[in-house]
Design a protein around this ligand. Structure first.
Ligand code: FPP
Length: 255
């Protein structure tokens, strides 16, 4: 999308079309309750289910969740292996429900590093929900914004080397078309729970004009009510995409 054509209002009701979330605070949620960290991740899965259901009901088009970053391998091996198991079990249990509820699952990130059982579950989940037309649920797993830009650049380089692309001018659109989110609109609203205020290598390229919302709520406590507060905050903002506020008002009034 060219920034000149950037729409001012994404949907009829002003809701964000694409919401991206960093689900932070599972460990602290568990620690506060004198529980092992894994209990926080388990509680986090409940929030995932509630938020997916809510977004689907609210006709949000895309929900992207950062489940495991390229850097999360640095965690203690027991926690990493437990997270892998949790993804695998959750996918296994939820695929049918996602399919029935018309949710389309897409996983982004380098899945080749995952246990083969998990890779199979991901492929099955994507295949079974491929033709669904409701919420697109993007799960970012072993994902990093730097990885995404580098893999896009690699794809473009290979296409130029092999003559698939004859014109070697690399444009912004060309990079966008090779990102793992190529088929999706950029996020309108980015939320990070757990009180930290950083992007942590999430959708770096795609967040260029996204509205940010930070909440101290820990992910297991994140309910549809808190999400609605973030959406309401988003609705009250003026998105300018580089224009002046007066230009935006003039354009809005002419719609
Ligand atoms: C960050 O909290 C959370 C994660 C790294 C894992 C997120 C995973 C889930 C919510 C469960 C599974 C999700 C899906 C999509 C099946 P943290 O551990 O960094 O918390 P802390 O900052 O309090 O330590």
């Amino acid at each position: 999308m060219s920034y000149d054509n950037a729409p001012l209002v994404k949907t009829d009701n002003g809701n964000p079309c694409h919401i991206a979330i960093i689900m932070d605070g599972n460990g602290r949620w568990a620690k506060k309750r004198f529980m092992p960290r894994v209990m926080g991740h388990r509680a986090g899965v409940k929030s995932v289910k509630n938020i997916v259901e809510f977004c689907n009901e609210q006709k949000i088009e895309v929900l992207s969740l950062f489940a495991f970053s390229s850097e999360n391998w640095r965690r203690p091996p027991e926690e990493v292996s437990l997270l892998m198991k949790l993804f695998s079990v959750t996918l296994g249990l939820e695929i049918k429900k996602l399919a029935k509820n018309n949710v389309k699952l897409i996983c982004i990130g380098d899945r080749s590093a995952f246990p083969s059982e998990l890779q199979d579950k991901i492929a099955e989940g994507e295949a079974v929900t491929h033709n669904n037309s409701g919420l697109t649920l993007v799960v970012a797993a072993n994902y990093g914004g730097h990885w995404d830009i580098a893999q896009a650049a690699n794809q473009v380089a290979i296409k130029i080397q092999t003559g698939v692309l004859s014109n070697a001018v690399i444009t912004e659109a060309l990079i966008s078309e090779h990102l793992s989110t190529a088929s999706l609109p950029n996020p309108d609203l980015f939320i990070r729970t757990g009180g930290e205020e950083r992007i942590s290598n999430f959708l770096l390229w795609q967040l260029a004009y996204t509205e940010f919302y930070f909440t101290p709520t820990l992910w297991p406590d994140f309910t549809p009510t808190v999400l609605q507060q973030a959406i309401d905050s988003f609705k009250g903002r003026q998105r300018r995409f580089g224009r002046t506020g007066d230009q935006v008002l003039a354009k809005t009034n002419s719609l």
